[in-house]
Ligand binder design. Sequence first.
Ligand code: ZN
Length: 252
Amino acid sequence: MASLPRVTVWNEFRHERHREDIRKVYPNGIHTVIGEHLKQQGFPVTYATLDEPEHGLAGEVLESTDVLIWWGHGAHNEVRDDVVDRIQKRVLSGMGFIPLHSSHYSKPFRRLMGTSCSLTWREIGERERVWTIARNHPITEGIGEYFEIPHQEMYGEPFDIPAPDTLVFISWFQGGEVFRSGCCFERGRGKIFYFSAGHETLPVYYQPEVLRVISNAVKWAAPLGWEACPTPSSQIKGGHRTEPLEPVAPSE
Ligand code: ZN
């Protein structure tokens, strides 16, 4: 893809409006902190939130989205199933999808994984050390051997997901747990990256390493433009490849 991918940053956007302690950390919403960083990198960014009509994700919005970033926490069940259907369909046809932190329980992620996506957690603001496992993976570019998040909610194993296609990061927490904190999956033509960093009461999304991982992931997850190079329709009719690519002599 010649130009930078078009990103839609979706946020539940309830905590920041209803809780003063969270508004202090993210006055305009978590989505805008992530989005402004991406805009500075040159990405075209659109915002969408739960309480907009169709959660801000009408068909034409998704059709013009290359990568969808998702942040949800307390209102997963309010996300309409027909919108989840639409997201799944777009991922299968190539849209990238990046669920963050508590979005492990979001409807679109669970739909795409097919498992409960449950995990263990504890909220005492302990230190997280995020270890790079997949060195040389585009999502780890510029990150180094590890980075630390000084105060974070603990997410721990067991994490009920299918085995990732690529395990990019494993986190260690001060209290002793470990967690698969950066996981790549492919579904159809779509690429998915779950990244656990971030919590609504902590300034994790201002941290440069976290923002770097997210912008790296957007580039990685962007579709490669297969739609633009279809197989000639003369060769395939409804999945039936009528003509062999090479002449085949009838067997004798
Ligand atoms: Zn959290």
